[in-house]
Design a protein around this ligand. Structure first.
Ligand code: AMP
Ligand code: ZN
Length: 114
């Protein structure tokens, strides 16, 4: 999608610190990290949010989860743990409307979230 920030990152039209890439997805460091490790995992294909998903997307979403595990290991979080967050829609706090998983770690997380 031409005016989507994360599509532009996936297409390398906007620079980001890419930490993982394959044919279906890209992971990069968040520009405003909320933890010592804060990466975003996105599909290369434009998808708005979890709210738009259908059964046909299950394989891709499963793949994004396994990529989170790969990046977590790469970032040294395998033993300490981490948190995956998928903000969805306005009440969910989503600000970029290209589906993304936040991978947060490197400090203890609190619950409940704000
Ligand atoms: P959300 O609020 O869940 O939609 O998350 C959007 C995330 O994208 C926020 O954590 C932002 O800090 C991050 N972000 C926005 N612009 C960029 C960028 N150019 N490069 C990396 N991360 C970004
Ligand atoms: Zn997009």
């Amino acid at each position: 999608m031409s005016d989507c920030l994360f599509c532009k990152i996936a297409e390398k039209k906007i620079s980001a610190k890419i930490v993982y890439e394959d044919d279906r997805c890209v992971a990069f460091d968040d520009i405003n990290p909320q933890a010592p490790v804060h990466a975003l995992v996105i599909p290369k294909k434009h998808m708005v949010s979890v709210a738009e998903l259908s059964e046909a997307d299950a394989g891709l979403l499963g793949h994004l989860m396994t990529v989170c595990a790969t990046v977590a290991r790469q970032k040294g979080l395998a033993d300490s743990g981490h948190r995956l967050v998928v903000n969805t829609g306005s009440d969910g706090g989503q600000t970029v409307f290209h589906l993304h998983l936040h991978l947060l770690g490197g400090r203890p997380m609190e619950w409940p979230p704000g």
